[in-house]
Design a protein around this ligand. Sequence first.
Ligand SMILES: [Zn+2]
Length: 323
Amino acid sequence: MLFDRRKFLQASAGAAAASVLGFRADDEAFAKAPFATTQVPAYYRFKVGTLEVTAVTDGIISLPLSLFPAAGKTEALAVLAKAHRPENAPTAVNTYVINTGDKLILVDTGYGNMAGPDAGLLLDNLKAAGFDPAQVDAVVITHLHPDHVGGLLDQQGKPVFANAALLVGDKEYAFWTDEGITSRAPTDAQKFFKIAQAAVKPYEKRLQLYKDSEEIAPGIVAAAAPGHTPGHNTLRLSSGKDTFLIWGDIVHVAALQFAKPEWAIAFDSDQAQAIETRKKLFDQLSADGTLIAGMHLDFPGLGYVTREAQGFSYQRAVWSPKI
Ligand SMILES: [Zn+2]
């Protein structure tokens, strides 16, 4: 029986006191549920024309202000404070599953085993979303950084996606697997080359290199967006009247880079080019109103770019209970 607070108060109104013991008479109303202590799985579905897309989170990482060398500390802290973000900006790591009705395509794979405690959650969340990794027909990689390819391998270094083709941009693959470039890379960048090479190696027989503007599946077109890496790609989905752009790593910390597109992240292989690419896309997307998804925008990472008097802003898409 549920506790009726009003009746109880009426009943006890004349009593000397509503003692703690009095509440105990209706103890069942206060049944103690144990604390859950764990987060719920995180995935979110929506349609792009006839395509069914599921955003699946890999978790979050922290990107400290020191990674944005062009950002003056006082100004950057003020921008973050305005957005209620701490200095070590918590940043989402998102992936997207596209069901074409015929094929299941996963775009990027998160950090996998290289993650700290707050990322590397892709497999758990994929399963919670009803996907078996063996069902994935193709994994499309926007670029070969660890937080995008880490989930390709399990702890033993075996492919997680046993039946999937691996689609990587031709320029991206050529850059990260070039022995000369690898050997000339600064010591602290060497590990990025090693991780990229190790991630694609077990998929070699199923590797397909895609080109800029290539339609990698019906209605899904790759578009070069270089700067963050030499072969960084976005994916444009078109179905019926809908268009949707998965833009990979155009933005790393929304609170900083929409307002200040010129604040590049230290991981950009060519910061000037990354800034140019970001500004060009912001111009275009704020004008045409295309729905975008970003691997590092707050989960599920869906929203719109708006032009402001100075810089741009990000508007999260409305959450919908229906797909
Ligand atoms: Zn990334």
